[in-house]
Design a protein. Structure first.
Ligand SMILES: [Zn+2]
Lengths: 117, 985
């Protein structure tokens, strides 16, 4: 259970929050001009990144405010918390390749090969 | 002389000593056979003296406090303890299942997978036997009378392990004035120290250890910023230094405590676990890990006089030397795989008369209920091939040692990275992921002088992050510690056998009965990844999680595939480290504390009036109110009839109520509901359907306009919270420009729904001066009315099709108004009705219930409610999706009514509907969503979603059930008053 630094309340336990999925997906302003595929893209298509992903979180059992989080989904490290409406921060880091790759460190799964000493 | 404690094992009474574990007490009574193995039901005894125990797992106590799969090594003896061996039938000594041992060729690797692949009819036959034979202990069948507690704890430094390493680290942290918590899994602090006795060959070293330990311990006692808790196992290491531990208490009021610890730093000092060796018949009672046997012997337990130590390393000589020194009469023989060792301990062993056979191996053992002899062969040091038969040696116990495995479980749970150290074939911590250090044996550091130095260095680093600078170079009497030289070990992952490998039983995982041969078979069948081999053979998957087997399994795969171990990697160590009881995990969250229970202000009245309750989300809702001996059917019929003839009164307080205020409230409603809200006058109500942006119905309810910029929305009971959250989401993240404020007022107002032809009469009696004429207060309108001096919001809306007033009254006044209604409603046969009658009443009118008629795949068009979908609005949530190629299909499932040809048959909800009856599988065209007996119609009615149902009204279709096929007709879903005449009559 990780800690999330709510921009309004400070650091709190993960159980107080709920994740709202991928961030920066704006609801189209002109839905009727879009093709079925474009609408389906807005509705359903998500990147589901293994690595650094920008997500929406809500302090649902706290101040109930929404905010954005840059989280490494492979290690659950929270790299940045920022406000709704702000653009995604640039965060460097090598995203591991899926499905077989694991991050160098911090994965819940041990990788299949080790260095030796 | 310690106190005698009586206990029973398998029904027989024994006596044990104070501070002995159950394992020690059993051995002390000469009991070596403690259980049967999982698959082959082979006789098994203790393999270890600690939490890594794979064999000696017992059923503790009986009845409502019984606990299965308890490691005998972890239970401290107490007066009256009752334990039972597991996994045998009918008795431990005579076990029918052990026939499996002789049939073992039928239980190969992947046995369960292969079984499941057999034709299903075979499975039915095998299931009984597999279930009979499988499984370890038994779950209790009665409620646990004991209490369990959860503690939350915050500290600066958590130290896991109360051996020398942990306590020394604790001392350094304590000196720095930090808040320190030390958790030790065993009842006694000291770790490795406890394996040592008063006599030992390496006296010089041991006395050092003891002095240092006493020294540290006495100092620690003086710090009040250090808390030390024993009998507490840290079983989980989660994110941001959040660790869970379970404490076994001696307190009769609270059996176990779960510690939930959030700490700034963690020091892992969890020690190491000795490895068994993999040879033929290596699983008999009396075959133990060398240091476990050493611990037992040093506790004064008689393991026999004829002791064999089978080793590949120097450390096992510590045990051998102790056995000899405990009693010089003991005959101690060491069988060493290596061709030689220059270690200090070997010299010492020789000097006290221990016989050593280098270049020798144990190839077989004898003794069914306890080992009595071994077979020994000589190997060639280069080829490791058997070159000579040494012969048979009789023995009382066989101690084995394959070296040490650092206990890195918590380290890997913390997601740290291991590195493979080839010299002793171990995985040791390399790179930390969290704020943590590993010290001592769990870091692969075994020599005392090295451990103390390591702790000095690592702790000064760790403390520097607290801005504390202490010089740690004054560790206890380091200069006096005499270094002991340990020579190299030699790894033979599979001990060579003089018989065909296919016929060997070399156990790797003792608890799951996995042999080296099983691993070979898995590899032959094409499994390569260690994770796959693990699952296919089930090695490392028992309750001990392979504490003694993982590295040996890796070694065997490495040997058989000729791949270095570090290339194979290792499987993931999952939490919990040791099994945790459900009772402990549940803590106080049981029975009435399991979940929040919400009750309405009228709850006491419902209780007093014999209501039966139904759970709707967290709410307790009155389901029906039986009178005398009425059954549910009778009560519901009476309630439904009374509502259409006189007055029915419903507690509708659980409906979600959201107060909406702000400049843009109207625009907001236009965006979240399908219909238009622009022209809704103040004092008017409107029904709304809420969709997801996928066009599917997610909620419905009536919203009333209370003022220019003030509305109150009602939601379904179950969706109140999620609708509120979703609306907040839109406002905060998508439409921050809208000035709208949402407030949940569900619990601030209670709702009394008064229905029926005499509803107005009752209202008039309640508020004598108010004009209840239809002209003044028509259907779908709202009034603020003072009732008994309390300002109420009254909506004239209807979910029954009857004239209806929904009185929203501040909660604290609700019960008195509710009672008042009964007082003055007597003349109209006022009848309370519950949720079941409510369902029947609305179904008679064809009103849908979101979540019953809809399942997340139903659009308003499917519900034949196109009238509520605005064509004019530019946009609303869900609009675009209603024009997707899939949602405009004409052959979607649509809401219809269903009448059975036989009016007495009430269909099952969920029943499948078909157009043509044939042999299964039949082509399904829909299903029943609601079905009731309608007392007003004197027959059954149902609602259904049917493919192209709207076009098929009048058509006969079928509901095939297991015993009969029911003929039904598709009809209009409104069964009563289609013209809504009752609303204004
Ligand atoms: Zn917050």
């Amino acid at each position: 259970m990780f800690l999330i630094n709510c921009p309004y309340c400070g650091e709190r336990e993960q159980v107080e929050f709920s994740c709202g999925g991928e961030a920066h997906i704006e609801r189209p302003k002109n839905p009727s001009d879009l093709t079925d595929d474009q609408w389906a893209d807005y509705l359903f298509m998500r990147k589901n990144i293994k690595g650094v992903q920008f997500e929406r979180w809500n302090h649902i059992n706290g101040c109930r405010r929404w905010f954005n989080v840059a989280r490494n989904t492979a290690t659950d490290e929270i790299l940045k918390v920022y406000n709704i409406g702000e653009s995604a921060p640039s965060i460097s880091g090598n995203n591991p390749t899926t499905p077989s790759g694991e991050p160098v460190i911090g994965s819940g799964n041990l990788s299949s090969s080790f260095e030796k000493k | 002389m310690s106190k005698k404690i009586s206990f029973t094992f398998d029904g027989k009474k024994y006596f044990g000593k104070e501070n002995h574990s159950l394992a020690e007490a059993l051995l002390d009574n000469g009991i070596f056979l403690l259980g049967r193995s999982f698959k082959y039901h082979r006789p098994r005894g203790l393999i270890s003296a600690g939490s890594e125990e794979a064999n000696a797992i017992v059923q503790l106590e009986t009845g409502n406090i019984t606990q299965p799969n308890v490691r005998a090594t972890e239970i401290t003896l107490y007066e009256g303890l009752k334990a039972k061996s597991q996994n045998h039938w009918p008795t431990l000594n005579l076990d029918i299942g052990s026939i499996n041992d002789f049939l073992s060729r039928f239980f190969p690797a992947g046995f369960y997978y292969k079984t499941f692949m057999w034709p299903p009819k075979f499975w039915e036959k095998y299931e009984y036997f597999i279930r009979r034979a499988a499984g370890l202990g038994e779950s209790p069948t009665e409620d646990d009378p004991d209490k369990y507690e959860h503690f939350h704890y915050h500290c600066d430094v958590l130290i896991v392990g109360g051996g020398i390493s942990g306590l020394y680290a604790a001392e350094l942290a304590a000196k720095a004035n930090l808040k320190v918590l030390v958790l030790e899994q065993y009842p006694k602090l000291g770790g490795e120290i406890n394996n040592q006795g008063k006599v030992s060959a390496n006296k010089f070293r041991e006395s050092d250890q003891n002095i240092i330990y006493q020294n540290i311990f006495s100092k620690l006692e003086k710090f009040d910023n250090v808390k030390i808790v024993t009998s507490t196992t840290v079983f989980a290491y989660m994110h941001n230094n959040y660790l869970l531990a379970s404490q076994k208490t001696n307190n009769t009021k609270i059996r176990e405590i779960i510690w939930k610890i959030r700490t700034k730093k963690v020091v892992l000092a969890t020690g190491s676990i000795e490895r068994p060796l993999t040879f033929h018949n290596n699983d008999r009672p009396g075959i133990m890990l060398s240091h476990s046997a050493r611990k037992y012997a040093n506790k004064g337990i008689d393991l026999g006089k004829n002791i064999i130590v089978f080793t590949n390393n120097d450390y096992a000589y510590e045990a051998a030397i102790d056995f000899k020194l405990i009693n010089n009469e003991n005959k101690v023989t060491v069988i060493d795989i290596r061709n030689n060792s220059k270690g200090d301990l070997i010299k010492e062993a020789k000097s006290i008369g221990i016989k050593i056979l280098f270049n020798h191996i144990v190839t077989n053992t004898r003794g069914r209920k306890r080992i009595n002899s071994i077979f020994v062969h000589k190997i060639d040091n280069e080829t490791n091939k058997i070159i000579d038969n040494y012969g048979k040696i009789s023995c009382d116990i066989l101690c084995v040692s394959g070296g040490w495995s650092p206990t890195v479980h918590l380290f890997t749970q913390s997601r740290g990275k291991l590195i493979f150290r080839e010299s002793d074939a171990t995985f040791i911590p390399n790179e930390s992921f969290q704020n943590e250090i590993s010290v001592g044996a769990c870091n692969g550091t075994y020599a005392l002088e090295e451990i103390l130095e390591e702790i000095d260095n690592k702790m000064s680093n760790l403390l520097s992050s607290f801005k504390i600078d202490i010089k740690n170079n004054n560790h206890p009497s380091l200069n006096k510690i005499k270094k002991i030289f340990y020579d190299k070990m030699k790894h033979l992952w599979i001990i060579p056998s003089n018989i065909n490998f296919k016929k060997t039983k070399m156990f790797v995982d003792f608890q799951n009965d996995v042999t080296a041969k099983d691993i070979q078979l898995a590899l032959k069948e094409g499994y390569r990844s260690i994770e796959h081999v693990k699952r296919y053979t089930t090695t490392g998957m028992a309750t001990d999680q392979g504490k003694t087997s993982n590295i040996n399994a890796l070694g065997i795969i490495s040997k058989l595939t000729d791949t270095p171990i570090h290339k194979l990697g290792t499987t993931t160590f999952r939490l919990p480290y040791t099994p945790v009881t459900f009772g402990a995990l549940a803590g106080r969250h049981v029975k009435e504390f399991f979940d929040v229970e919400r009750t309405t202000p009228m709850h006491q009245w419902h209780l007093d009036n014999n209501a039966k309750f139904e759970d709707v989300g967290q709410w307790k809702r009155a389901w029906y109110y039986p009178i005398n001996n009425e059954n549910m059917h009778q009560a519901v019929n009476r309630e439904v009839k009374a509502t259409r003839k006189g007055i029915g009164i419903l507690d509708a307080s659980t409906l979600g109520k959201i107060d909406i205020k702000g400049r843009d409230a109207n625009e907001f409603l236009n965006r979240v509901y399908t219909n238009s809200w622009s022209k809704l006058g103040i004092g008017k109500c409107r029904y709304g359907l809420m969709l997801g942006d996928d066009g599917m119905v997610i909620d419905d309810g009536v919203t009333s306009r209370l003022g220019e910029n003030h509305y109150v929305m009602t939601t379904t009971t179950g969706n109140a919270a999620s609708v509120m959250s979703k609306l907040e989401d839109w406002l905060q993240t998508e439409w921050p420009e809208l000035k709208v404020f949402l407030t949940s007022v569900t619990e601030q107002f209670a709702t009394i729904s008064i229905n029926g032809p005499f509803a107005t009469n009752l209202m008039q009696k309640l508020c004598v001066n108010f004009d209840f004429s239809y002209e003044n207060f028509p259907h779908m309108s709202f009034k603020n009315i003072e009732i008994g001096g309390v300002n109420c919001r009254v909506m004239r809306i209807s979910f029954t099709g009857e004239k209806c007033y929904e009185i929203n009254i501040p909660s604290s006044y609700a019960q008195s108004l509710w009672s008042k209604c009964f007082e003055i409603g007597k003349d109209f046969n006022i009848t309370p009705y519950g949720t079941e009658a409510m369902h029947v009443l609305r179904a008679e009118k064809g009103f849908v219930i979101v979540g019953q008629e809809t399942d997340g795949s139903v659009t308003p068009v499917d519900l034949d409610m196109s009238w509520i979908v605005s064509k004019k609005k530019y946009d609303f949530i869900g609009k675009r999706a209603l024009y997707r190629s899939d949602t405009v299909r004409e052959d979607r499932k649509q809401l219809v009514g269903i009448l059975t040809k036989d009016p007495n048959i009430v269909l099952e909800e969920g029943a499948q509907l078909v157009e043509e009856v044939s042999k299964p599988p039949m082509k399904m065209i829909g299903h029943i969503t609601s079905s009731y007996h309608s007392p007003n119609l004197g027959r059954s009615i149902a609602l259904a979603l049917v493919k192209e149902g709207l076009k098929k009204k009048g058509k006969t279709i079928y509901a095939p059930m297991p015993t009969k096929t029911i003929e039904v007709e598709i009809c209009d879903p409104v069964f009563i008053d289609p013209l809504n005449e009752r609303l204004s009559a």
